[in-house]
Design a protein around this ligand. Sequence first.
Ligand SMILES: NC(=O)C1=CN([C@@H]2O[C@H](COP(=O)(O)OP(=O)(O)OC[C@H]3O[C@@H](n4cnc5c(N)ncnc54)[C@H](O)[C@@H]3O)[C@@H](O)[C@H]2O)[C@H](O)CC1
Ligand SMILES: [K+]
Length: 534
Amino acid sequence: MEDRQEQISQVVVTAGQMRDIEKRIFAAGMPVVALMEKVAGLIARRILEISPTLLQNTFSIPANTRFLRVSPQAGGSRIGILVGPGHNGGDALVVARELHFRGYEVWIYSPFSQLKELTSQHLQYAQSLGIPIYQTVGQLPDSDLLIDGLFGFGLERNLTDPIASAINQLNELSVPIYSIDLPSGLHTDTGVVLGTAIRATRTFCLGLWKLAFFQDQALEYLGKAELIDFDIPLADVEAVLKDVPRIKRITATKALATLPLPRPAVTHKYKEGHLLLICGSRRYAGGSILTGLGARASGVGMLSIAVPESLKSILVSHLPEALIVGCPETETGANAHLQLPENTDLSSFNAIACGPGLTRDATPIVQEAIAVDRPLILDADGLNILAQMGAIATLKKRQAVTILTPHTGEFQRLFPDIANAKYDRVKAVQAAAGQSGAVVLLKGARTAIANPQGGVWIVPESTPALARGGSGDVLTGLLGGLLAQAATKQIPVEDIVATAAWWHSQAGIIAAQERTELGVDAFTLTQYLLKVLT
Ligand SMILES: NC(=O)C1=CN([C@@H]2O[C@H](COP(=O)(O)OP(=O)(O)OC[C@H]3O[C@@H](n4cnc5c(N)ncnc54)[C@H](O)[C@@H]3O)[C@@H](O)[C@H]2O)[C@H](O)CC1
Ligand SMILES: [K+]
């Protein structure tokens, strides 16, 4: 059983679920005011840890800093606290008080007249301490850091003036902004900007990760995100989430535990999976090589690659360990149909991955692959051809596992009736998996993987370095190899897909760190895959 911190770090919740979890905590006797003190105390401590430069004086902050008492005349930096009407504002006011007591020059921006009771009390106390309070942006003094406590997961509707234009002006100040729980203005679940939103330098997500953190359109507002764990009992999380399909972040711990490692001491190549790749065309020879290199990195025991006959020699030269199957080709140089060596039938493969570099002229071979009762991954033109065939009706006929790995454009062609792919990718991928019965991986800055029961894995970090032709081919090969190796094990397919996507993005991140985001072409990416594990 994973430890508490690992379990908490995987959980992703909606605003409603967070509210229900909070209600349980308060119903169990935890006073709201106490929780606010605890949470805001953790936030204040984290701010001081992150921004030692806030202390403009000669103090050096020892690593185990509790709160350093800076004498007021020491003239620490100026910190502006943005206070909203709800408990997000309450959190911010507690932070303001604590920083004030430690000698920081603090001021408060509180534009709302109607505040929740607890928030109003904290504001009153701040005022009694002599902390200056302003109601309009025009009055605000300079600052070196802003703490955004305007709105958290209680934001329900679009922001309007005056707060909307105030937020736009605050964004223009080009002063670092640390947001409490969420950048104010983001929808907690979809990450959609409700009118306008704070562009945070950092965001401290409170207690449990909110869905917004994994919606592509939120990323430019979140800044560097981290979780502030304030000891939410797992029992409360389970009680609220027990009957709903889980949305989880894939973590290194989970991904590494899903890999086919360590290998049994006694094994042989046929026990470590046999993968068939159906890919390539005269026009896109490289796609088949990249897919093969991705499969190689997975460690799969046996690799067969079916390509048009004219590509056979180049594949052999790049992948000498693979069995290259030269297939008849169409006059445009596409894979016409599968022609396996005699006495080899498709049931000898643990998994089939079909699509990279096929072109649209390879419909017959995609139909053959779909008709085979073996675990099947469809990608690239395999998906485009499936879309032409009608994805949902076609896949309903399959018994064996199907995995689809579309990017947004392919997704829309496959599932034209699923509208919200742009605004709520998690809901969209859940709908696609439910309707098609397939495990669907929707590529993006935050790739999401859903199973037909609605469970979702989200890959919580990636790199724009991967936005290049060919990186998807590498993922298909890597995933195919892991799927083939897992055939004899009882591992949920979506876990394998999430592990492949995590592995792929981690390789991109390491490569980008060493070579910049411009230096991660698909071939280089294949050379970094094993660096993730070593
Ligand atoms: N996660 C936890 O367990 C804890 C959360 N805390 C903090 O509390 C907020 C949630 O507080 P809540 O009062 O529910 O909502 P907000 O502070 O986010 O503010 C919403 C507030 O504003 C009103 N409102 C909603 N939409 C608009 C709008 N478009 N324009 C103007 N006003 C709007 C709404 O009526 C609410 O009153 C959470 O994020 C944490 O920061 C606890 O303090 C600690 C534990
Ligand atoms: K906020």
